[in-house]
Design a protein. Structure first.
Lengths: 97, 482
């Protein structure tokens, strides 16, 4: 049986997902997620012993190709849409703390 | 002109009865005159007319293909160089794609002329189009009604004759359900037939592009353009190029149609059931026979899908963090807050809910109980379809339990909307092709779609069945009064 998600659970999931959820949004989010998990719970009781998980309908395997560079040089196009560039570099907020 | 088939338009272009520029101008005018439908997120007349002029020049130089100069509307999920690809999200409202999706490359190479970018549920998550950051699309048949989703803009555009054909994507029903709600034809091909390269990812193991048109014949011609192996998509199938229009006129005598009893059970609206029964009666007249089949785990497709799709979404959408892609919050204190605020501001609530759901089911200690269990049920559902296809050639039934609901009706309860996907999700989980064909109207005048499901690579057979139905009926020729 599903344990309902507590407000702390929702805070923890939001933290893992890197999505800020304000205190005023928290209760509604909890309620909706619990509804979704009640729906999902219908699947947990099904006996799936011996059944292989299915990831792709055709059970294809990753193709191998020759180890040669194929990507064209699109540097100018990518520089053009970046929020900030300088001397051909991409300027981003400080990401190492 | 707007009621002409692609074949007729192609003939008119070849005979110089109309130019690509004239066609594009006509449709741009209709798009602007019907802007209230909100079917398009963006148009760019200069770009469209330049592409139309190039198409006319190619034709004058003797370099035209059959579809050179035909206008098309593209779902805002496909990256298209020089156009904003917002995916219906504030997160990407300023993202100008620096390259073309494989689908766009092929449409451009065929000489199709882009009319604009159609509205959609944010990141293709939704069944009503109300989750778009750019406002809901109105159903052209009844502006109080939703057009369906997530490809609601494409379906509404074809229904309102704002475009002769349009592209879409279908992860859990996002081509078939809006096609049904808007009274147009749409097909989701076998998973792997249309490349996902440049198609902004929602749930990668389920996402599949496909066409919308006024008829099965038009869908077959656009699918011919969209389909094809592409080495840049790791799940693209090395399947020989097909002409999906090759069997359109084949007789249906002896066709065995499977009717899954679970698709006609409790919950199906009476007028939808009546329209589907009438369509089946028409198929019997055309020589088909009917077989009672069972897809016993139909209901389990809902929980299985709503684990797998959010799990994959939570992974795919992690790239929208304010640095690598997307909206960045203006004020923040430190790296974590920058991510959290950027994502909170950039995503709408349905997207957030699915990311949170996916994050939870993939988190430590829950993977086996949720994601692995859902993938096992996925196998059970796919096996059910294979057992059914031992006794029939095509499966038919409703696309959805009801017709288009009123705008706002199901917004408060996301689960109520998820339950509406019951007849479409299994097809995506199994990777099968499915389509929607106009088959009537409910008592309020809202369209009803017949779903046709085929086995893997049965697109030509499905389009054949849909085309013969459309030769015998005129539901697909009905257009809303604007």
């Amino acid at each position: 049986m599903l344990m309902s998600l507590s407000l702390d659970d929702v805070r923890r999931i939001a933290k893992l997902a890197r999505i800020a959820v304000t205190d005023t949004e928290l209760a509604a989010t909890q309620q909706q997620l619990n509804k979704i998990f009640t729906l999902i719970e219908e699947m947990r009781a099904v006996d799936t012993t011996g059944i292989a998980p299915m990831a792709h309908a055709q059970d294809v395997h990753l193709r191998l190709r020759d180890d040669v560079a194929t990507a064209p040089d699109r540097r100018d196009a990518f520089q053009a849409i970046a929020p900030a560039v300088e001397n051909g570099l991409y300027l981003v907020p400080k990401v190492i703390e | 002109m707007i009621e002409k088939s692609l074949k007729q338009l192609s003939g008119m272009l070849a005979a110089k009865d109309v130019s690509a520029v004239e066609l594009a101008t006509e449709y741009l005018g209709r798009i602007k005159a019907n802007a209230a439908l909100n079917a398009f997120i963006a148009i760019d007349e200069a770009k469209t007319l330049a592409q139309a002029q190039a198409a006319d020049a190619a034709r004058a130089a003797g370099n035209a293909g059959a579809l050179t100069g035909i206008p098309v509307a593209h779902k805002d999920i496909f990256c298209q160089q020089g156009w904003v690809a917002s995916c219906g999200s504030k997160m990407l409202e300023n993202f100008v794609a620096p390259y073309n999706a494989h689908v766009i490359e092929q449409c451009d190479a065929a000489g199709l002329v882009t009319l604009g970018r159609t509205n959609m549920d944010e990141f293709a998550m939704g069944s009503s189009n109300e989750n778009s950051a750019f406002g809901a699309v109105l159903n052209p048949w009844d502006r109080k009604a939703v057009p369906g989703g997530s490809s609601g803009g494409s379906a509404a555009a074809v229904a309102a004759r704002l475009a002769p054909i349009a592209t879409g994507t279908d992860t859990g029903g996002s081509i078939r359900q809006p096609a049904s709600f808007c009274g147009v034809t749409g097909i989701k091909p076998t998973y792997g037939i249309v490349s996902r390269f440049g198609m902004i990812a929602y749930a990668s193991s389920l996402d599949q592009g496909g066409p919308f048109g006024k008829s099965a014949e038009d869908c077959a011609l656009l699918l011919n353009v969209m389909a094809g192996f592409d080495e840049r998509d790791a799940t693209s199938l090395q399947h020989a190029k097909e002409d999906y229009a090759r069997d359109l006129d084949a007789p249906l005598a002896g066709l065995r149609i499977g009717l899954p009893r679970e698709y006609f059970a409790e919950g199906l609206a009476a007028d939808v059931a009546a329209a589907i029964d009438a369509a089946i009666a028409e198929y019997k007249k055309l020589g088909a026979t009917v077989v009672d089949i069972s897809l016993p785990n139909t209901r389990l497709a809902i929980p299985s899908y709503y684990v797998i799709a959010p799990a994959e979404a939570s992974s795919n959408l992690s790239r929208f963090d304010g640095v690598r892609y997307g909206h960045r919050a203006a004020d923040y204190d430190g790296l974590t807050e920058m991510y959290e605020k950027s994502r909170a501001e950039g995503f709408g609530w349905e997207v957030k809910r699915r990311i949170l759901t996916g994050t939870y089911v993939l988190s430590h200690g829950y993977y086996d109980a949720y994601y692995l269990q859902a993938q096992k049920i996925r196998r059970i559902i796919a096996d059910d379809f294979q057992r059914a296809f031992a006794d029939c050639d095509l499966i038919m039934g409703p696309v959805a339990p009801g017709t288009a609901w009123n705008l706002g009706d199901k917004n408060a309860d996301p689960v109520a909307m998820y339950l509406e996907d019951i007849y479409t999700l299994g097809v995506n989980l199994a990777g099968l092709p499915g389509m929607s064909v106009p088959a009537g109207f409910d008592t309020a005048g809202r369209p009803i779609g017949l779903q046709i499901i085929g086995n893997y690579f049965a697109e030509a057979k499905m389009l054949n069945a849909a085309h013969r139905f459309q030769q015998a009926t005129d539901w697909h020729q009905k257009a809303p009064a604007l």
